[in-house]
Write a protein that binds this ligand. Structure first.
Ligand SMILES: [Ca+2]
Ligand SMILES: [Ca+2]
Length: 577
């Protein structure tokens, strides 16, 4: 995934790509629809790339009998894909069943369901993708089925890299730092990206506990008294806790090889491992995540007495280190060639960490820094390098906790303004998606799902139907209502990625990729052209996607991309009534 500074396509660059593009999307279906279907009460939209068609029908998939008919919307051209499309709206169809969308002169859609719990297996699969990406554990057939594999990367003997040396831990000191998730298609573990990913899973539980309490995941820990989502989050939290220097509270940036492993299974990758430079962003992301974990895990303290307090103490020690080292920016050492995750701006990390610490402790000292970024924002969604909006989610959701209300009120204003902006863009879009053309960046599928997460957070403050509809559209988008017309989640939907840039998927000898992963998605930056001999099918932003293992810029997987998928699927299951 993209671990350098997040690129943003300029309008000029996008226009250039648009004019230079060729029409090469003949393989896309003409009816584009969420392949996993809809909840009975969902808004139900499909995009039809047949400008001359005027009517559509929904038929029972088995009998062919028409159950709904309607007029298509007015034709409109989506600049991101160059297609002129019409919308089919069959939201009024609420009867559970299996259906097809039928339009004269156009190949009909694959069958799709309308049913309760339409996204249950998806949500479970998206969480289990983390399980299958765990470091330091053998995955048994009982847990992993066909994807069982030996343990890799025990990380019980990890060296302090010279960039991380301190008086108490000089270079070459060996520490133990086991567990955690592999970050993406590679086998390294990065605190910055673990922060937003783990927080998002914790927030999913904190915001929708009833859904996750009944979502069984067949984990090694299942049945231990914790909800399975929290069991999965703990696998990474326990690793993160080892990344803090006990001497001073600072947090190492990453646990890494010197260079990326080859395309081999985890147990075949045995290069030496290092922890690298403590810095402000990693330490604050750690503080925020541990403060959230302390709060979310507090009701389950009996299962591991003292854990909640330990995590809070770790968070406060990290905060103190960052306050006394406010501008230590990550510098990739010359001999380290793995993902950078360098972040030049840390005011957002300060705001987020303060927000989590305020929500957990209620201490007045965190209030002003928690409110420091409660103004308007050009950014419409969080990402690993820009995390202040995560604080808005926590502050507004935890507004009744002691000491939080003032900061929650301050955060609600920009949260709602942001949702209004996204909803307006969604309403105006020919595809009915909240993305702007500039959002087709590395990991664009997570951009739209993080927008949906912000829409959901706003909906929980002020239940405007448009916020929820726009969030539904984001899920529809990644599950099929998109330029290529595929579900971007491995193993889910009638057509989905077969060749993600993911070492286990490539090396395991199983034809189907490891399931439950959201791939990065369309990215006209095409930063992997040198690695990809096969050309992309199109340069147009929404069609610039290549289902090839070479395509780390459009077809990699990553823990921070799956997290909003977990959140949004749970939110829709919980809120669409
Ligand atoms: Ca930042
Ligand atoms: Ca495979």
């Amino acid at each position: 995934m993209n671990r350098s500074a997040p690129p943003r396509l300029t309008a000029l660059a996008a226009a250039t790509l648009l004019s230079a593009s060729v029409c090469a999307h003949a393989a896309s279906p003409l009816i584009k629809i969420n392949q996993l279907g809809f909840l009975p009460a969902s808004q139900k939209l499909a995009v039809v790339n047949a400008p001359d068609a005027t009517r559509f029908a929904v038929v029972d998939a088995a009998s062919g009998k028409t159950v709904f008919e309607g007029a298509l919307g007015v034709p409109s051209t989506w600049d991101a894909s160059g297609e002129t499309v019409r919308l089919a709206d069959f939201s009024a169809l609420r009867t559970p069943g299996s259906y097809r969308l039928v339009i004269a002169g156009v190949p009909e859609s694959a069958p799709f369901p309308v049913k309760a719990d339409a996204y249950r297996e998806l949500d479970a699969g998206a969480i289990r993708a983390y399980t299958l990406n765990r470091a330091g554990i053998a995955l048994t057939p009982a847990v992993a089925g066909a994807y069982a594999r030996p343990a890799g990367h025990p990380d019980t003997r990890v060296e302090i890299h010279p960039s991380a040396a301190s008086a108490g831990r000089p270079a070459g000191t060996v520490i133990s730092s086991p567990k955690g998730w592999y970050d993406a298609g590679d086998y390294n573990k990065y605190i910055v990206n673990s922060g937003i990913s783990t927080y998002t899973l914790l927030a999913a539980y904190e915001n929708f506990p009833a859904w996750f309490d009944k979502l069984a995941l067949r984990l090694p820990e299942s049945g231990n008294g914790l909800p399975d989502l929290l069991n999965e989050a703990l696998w990474n939290l326990e690793w993160m806790a080892t990344m803090q220097d006990p001497e001073d509270g600072g947090v190492y940036h990453k646990l890494t090889n010197k260079a990326f492993d080859g395309m081999v299974m985890p147990d075949k990758a045995t290069a030496p491992r290092y922890v690298v430079q403590k810095n402000t962003a990693a330490t604050l992301d750690f503080a925020a995540t541990m403060a959230a974990a302390s709060r979310v895990l507090a009701p389950f303290d009996k299962q591991n007495p003292g854990r909640s307090a330990r995590y809070l103490a770790a968070a406060e020690a990290a905060w103190a280190w960052a306050r006394s080292h406010p501008q230590v920016l990550y510098q990739q050492p010359a001999d380290i060639l793995t993902g950078g995750y360098g972040d030049k701006k840390v005011d957002d990390e300060f705001a987020w960490a303060a927000a989590e610490l305020l929500a957990t402790t209620g201490k007045a000292v965190y209030r002003a820094p928690a409110m420091a970024m409660a103004g308007s924002s050009e950014q419409t969604e969080p990402g690993w390098a820009d995390v202040h909006m995560l604080g808005w989610i926590t502050l507004t959701a935890q507004r009744t906790r002691p000491g939080v209300s003032e900061a929650a009120t301050a955060a609600a204003r920009p949260l709602l303004a942001n949702a209004d902006k996204l909803a307006a863009r969604w309403q105006a879009s020919p595809y009915r998606v909240s993305m702007a053309r500039r959002d087709f960046v590395w990991g664009s599928n997570a951009v739209i799902l993080n927008q949906a997460m912000m829409l959901v957070a706003a909906y929980r403050v002020q239940p405007q139907p448009a916020y929820l509809h726009a969030a539904q559209s984001a899920l529809d988008y990644v599950l099929g209502r998109n330029g290529p017309g595929i579900s971007f989640v491995t193993g889910f939907g009638t057509a989905s990625p077969q060749h993600p840039h993911h070492r286990p998927s490539e090396a395991d000898g199983i034809a189907a990729p490891v399931p439950g992963w959201l791939v990065g998605g369309p990215n006209p930056g095409q930063q992997d052209l040198k690695a990809c001999p096969g050309p992309y099918p199109s340069a147009l932003p929404a069609l610039s996607y290549l289902d090839d293992v070479c395509s780390y810029a459009s077809n990699e997987v990553a823990i921070n991309w799956n997290a909003p998928l977990v959140y949004v699927a749970a939110a829709l299951e919980s809120l669409v009534k």
